[in-house]
Design a protein around this ligand. Structure first.
Ligand code: HEC
Ligand code: HEC
Length: 450
């Protein structure tokens, strides 16, 4: 067995979990309480080492990268990161000098393995195929014509390893033997690459959020379901939530763990409110796509981000006239009006996928800026303003292929601060500090409903 440990999967401390889940239907049992350190398997540990290895690039390229260069596990100059970096597009190795950049923003890898399709546009249907393709492609400094060279280079690097690097637990030859019972000398480059991808995918599968955010403390203290059950629709979930809150508000028993206050609480309600609940209050309808516990449905929606980028370059209304069949995938540029990012439509030939991107999870946003598939928004406030604009355009009929859920939103600039304050309560604390949030400085909301 490997010796390293990481704080990962949510294994609960039974006492607290039992309390919350026993009293409600639809609770995702076992989430939201405490995370414990789990031991990595040999395969996962090998994946963790490969994740930080910079020897798999095209040797002729100007910089060397590992997965961790873009999916930063710990800190960079912007502070803590959650397996993403701090720029809208990341630098990739190139051969001719100059700076090549990724097409899109580097996403977090926390909870990424739970999706059904991978990358912002869902290009890949498994982590293994995504990782294989990535190791052979431009992101590692290779051209399309160099596929054979690249897998041979990876195999050479593995076989030449002397096992002294930081995360090594023996040489790669020894580690592959332990993890897969594979003899690298006997394995051809293509099959070696498959094993590399398998180990990396196993490691990526261990990267999970811990459900230790102030939001989870709020959910626990108020017996609110921290996760949405598979049998719920977002509307059903929302109605039940508001029924419960109304009850607690009437008895002055809504509990606020730190840093909850009236601003956060109103943002929380706006986030979860759907039409039909309270017609006088602002409707965020965010829960339609951002379901707890990961705050995503892992589905694809067009929320206008690509259109706004394109129209920003070519003028309002330009995206609506774009001929989808002649589009070359890329960042909008003055030089060529055919270059655009149509998201999911690049892989699924269906107008309904035009401009659709995967709903990102919303935990730990404090460690993943900038936001959206193109990293166009630096702050949460600006993300929320983008949603308000998208909703207004959808209602005016000027957002091409708008997701119908945008029509159900009624938020305005007045709601930006509250929603942003709520989103910040989804930033998780280390599991060992979570208990303190549940126990210390818990306030009770003192406002009676009208
Ligand atoms: C040069 C920066 C860079 C490097 C190096 C890199 N990635 Fe990525 N990664 C990205 C970007 C950008 C995306 C989004 C791609 C897209 O949607 O077009 C991404 C997407 C992913 C995804 C999909 C996540 C999701 O939610 O769909 C996974 C998984 C992933 N990378 C794992 C890895 C692994 C494992 C490695 C190392 C073998 C790696 N990445 C190396 C930048 C990088
Ligand atoms: C129709 C589905 C849908 C609704 C409704 C919706 N979102 Fe989103 N959200 C998305 C998608 C899809 C993206 C990614 C868009 C892109 O990259 O082009 C996104 C991106 C985000 C991001 C950026 C996260 C990141 O890591 O880049 C935040 C924050 C966010 N949404 C918050 C909200 C809030 C708050 C609301 C309610 C006011 C809301 N969303 C309503 C689908 C939705």
């Amino acid at each position: 067995m490997g010796t390293s440990r990481i704080a990962a999967a949510v294994l609960m401390l039974a006492g607290i979990a039992g309390l919350a889940s026993a009293q409600q239907s639809g609770v995702i049992a076992g989430r939201g309480e405490a995370a414990v350190e789990v031991e990595l398997t040999d395969e996962q540990q090998l994946g963790r080492r490969l994740f930080e290895d910079i020897r798999f690039n095209n040797p002729g390229s100007n910089i060397t990268v590992s997965c961790a260069t873009c999916h930063v596990p710990h800190q960079n100059y912007k502070g803590e990161r959650a397996y993403s970096d701090s720029v809208s597009r990341s630098i990739i190795p190139s051969r001719g000098g100059g700076r090549d950049l990724t097409l899109r923003n580097t996403p977090t890898l926390l909870d990424a393995a739970d999706a059904m399709a991978f990358n912002h546009d869902g290009e890949f249907d498994s982590l293994e195929t995504l990782i294989e393709a990535k190791l052979l492609a431009r992101q590692y400094g290779w051209t399309d014509a160099q596929q054979d060279e690249s897998s041979a280079e990876i195999k050479n690097a593995l076989e030449g390893d002397t096992g002294v690097a930081g995360l090594a637990n023996g040489t790669y030859v020894e580690e592959f033997k332990r993890a897969f019972d594979a003899d690298l000398a006997e394995t051809n480059p293509a099959d070696t690459l498959k094993l590399v991808a398998k180990a990396l995918a196993s490691f990526v599968g261990t990267l999970k959020t811990t459900d230790t955010a102030p939001y989870d403390a709020f959910a626990y203290l108020n017996r609110v379901n921290a996760g949405m059950a598979d049998t719920d629709t977002p509307d059903e979930f929302s109605f039940r939530l508001f029924g419960l809150l109304g009850n607690q508000e009437g008895r002055l028993s809504v509990k606020w763990p730190k840093p909850w206050d009236e601003t956060v609480y109103q943002g929380f309600k706006t986030f979860y409110r759907v039409p039909g609940e309270d017609e006088t209050a602002k409707i965020g309808n965010c829960v339609a796509c951002h379901h707890p516990p990961h705050f995503t449905d892992y589905a694809f929606h067009n929320t206008g981000v690509a259109q706004m980028e394109y129209d920003g370059v070519h003028g309002d209304g330009a995206f609506s006239k774009l001929d989808a069949d002649s589009v070359i995938t890329g960042r909008a540029t003055k030089e060529d009006a055919n270059v655009a990012d149509l998201g999911r439509a690049a892989h699924v030939d269906d107008e309904s996928e035009l401009g659709a991107f995967k709903t990102p999870p919303l935990r730990n946003l404090g460690k993943t800026s900038p936001y959206m598939h193109n990293g166009a928004y630096e702050t949460l406030e600006d993300v929320i303003r983008q949603k308000i604009r998208a909703s207004a355009m959808a209602k005016a009929g000027t957002l091409r292929n708008a997701d119908p859920e945008l029509l159900r939103m009624t938020i305005t600039e007045d709601d930006v601060e509250e929603l942003a304050a709520f989103l910040r309560t989804l930033d998780e604390v280390p599991p060992e500090d979570f208990r303190d949030i549940i126990i210390k400085d818990v306030d009770t909301r003192k406002i009676l409903p009208e």
